[in-house]
Design a protein around this ligand. Structure first.
Ligand code: NAX
Length: 328
């Protein structure tokens, strides 16, 4: 039996609740790998975390190798092969965006340092907690002993949303939709790229010829889908968010099928004219060994170029707001 250690922060929260059972069940790492969960919470949430751990025990998964529960990031990150940084400071009434960025910056400075100090040498990191691109930038900037390409922020939920919406419009199954990309920020400036997407191997725009729908309904629908779920459910996306994070991890450990790609935000090396060092949503392929490669050579029409510019501008503003937290 192999063993994999997976840190999950915000482990008493609702996304983690939808995620932990699936992580422990063998679904992600297979039946021959024991999963040891390292669960991090803030001190007041530790009693609730105990409850989640009791439920994990009660599932009786043969692949659950153990549970570490702590409020200390150094202990949580000790020896982990994957770190899913889900916990974040939520936006409260009256809070400015800048306050939110700063509050979260404190959390991700500490977790970046803890990862660099304690994680296993092969660690892969996914930031889910919002604002996830900028939280990832902060953690990476404070954890530079870990190579840049190991750090990612989650755009996979947006990717899955876009795939499903295109499939529905075209009247095909989700599996017929490939080559979807979420460019830029996981926010309402993201660009869900239909121009490079495919349906049954052909340009999605051949199957969906209503360009006005794509530009004025599809794009805003994906950009604001999170808010629509909150309005309907009275709580933010949890099942689909957990699924997006697990799809991301599955993609890291499974090669991407030829002719397709996934969406992930990762550290730019200048691809597509994005300044190096930004955490930007890109199309990526995985070698199945934990390594993502940005797909290059795609082109954008005027509509796409404007969308890319808008999401880059927002990310640059976020970076400016947290600059003091970014060591050179
Ligand atoms: P919850 O409020 O249910 O849970 C968050 C948990 O994080 C809480 O239990 C809290 O105590 C914990 N926490 C706060 N600060 C912490 C710290 N310093 N260390 C460890 N734990 C800490 O939120 P939930 O619905 O689970 O969402 C979690 C995060 O995911 C939020 O930031 C949310 O905005 C973000 N999302 C990101 C998505 C994405 O696509 N990137 C989609 C879904 C989700 O909304």
């Amino acid at each position: 039996m192999k063993t994999v250690r997976v840190a999950v922060t915000g482990a008493a929260g609702q996304v983690a609740y939808a995620m932990l059972g699936r992580l422990a069940s063998g679904e992600i790492f297979g039946p021959d790998t024991k999963v040891i969960l390292h669960l991090l919470e803030i001190t007041p949430a530790l009693p609730a975390l105990e409850g989640t751990a009791m439920e994990l025990d009660d599932c009786g998964f043969p692949t659950l190798g153990g549970i570490v529960m702590t409020d200390d990031p150094m202990k949580a990150m000790d020896g982990v092969n994957f770190a899913l940084l889900v916990g974040a400071f939520p936006r409260k009434a009256g809070m400015e965006r800048k306050d939110l960025l700063e509050k979260n910056a404190e959390i991700f400075v500490g977790q970046g340092k803890a990862l660099a100090a304690k994680a296993a040498s092969d660690v892969r990191i996914l930031v889910v907690g919002n604002p996830c691109n900028t939280n990832c930038l902060i953690a990476y900037s404070n954890g530079r002993d870990i190579p840049a390409e190991r750090w990612t922020a989650m755009t996979r939920l947006d990717h899955n949303r876009a795939r499903s919406a295109l499939a529905k419009k075209a009247g095909v199954g989700n599996e017929a939709v490939t080559c979807v990309t979420i460019w830029g920020n996981h926010s309402n400036t993201q660009f869900p790229d239909f121009t490079n997407a495919k349906i049954n191997g052909k340009p999605a725009t051949d199957a969906i010829t209503d360009r006005a729908w794509l530009e004025t309904e599809f794009v805003p629908m994906i950009q604001t889908r999170g808010a629509a779920v909150i309005k309907a459910r009275g709580a933010s996306s949890a099942m689909s968010a957990a699924n997006g994070a697990l799809d991301h991890v599955k993609s890291l450990v499974t090669p991407t099928p030829a002719g397709d790609w996934i969406s992930a935000a990762t550290i730019s090396k200048g691809e597509y004219g994005i300044p190096a060092g930004m955490v930007f949503g890109y199309p990526c392929t995985s070698d199945g060994q934990g390594n993502l490669t940005i797909v290059e050579g795609l082109s954008h029409d005027e509509f796409g170029k404007a969308k890319l510019a808008a999401t880059l501008k927002e990310l640059q503003e976020e970076r400016e707001a947290v600059k003091p937290m970014l060591p050179e």
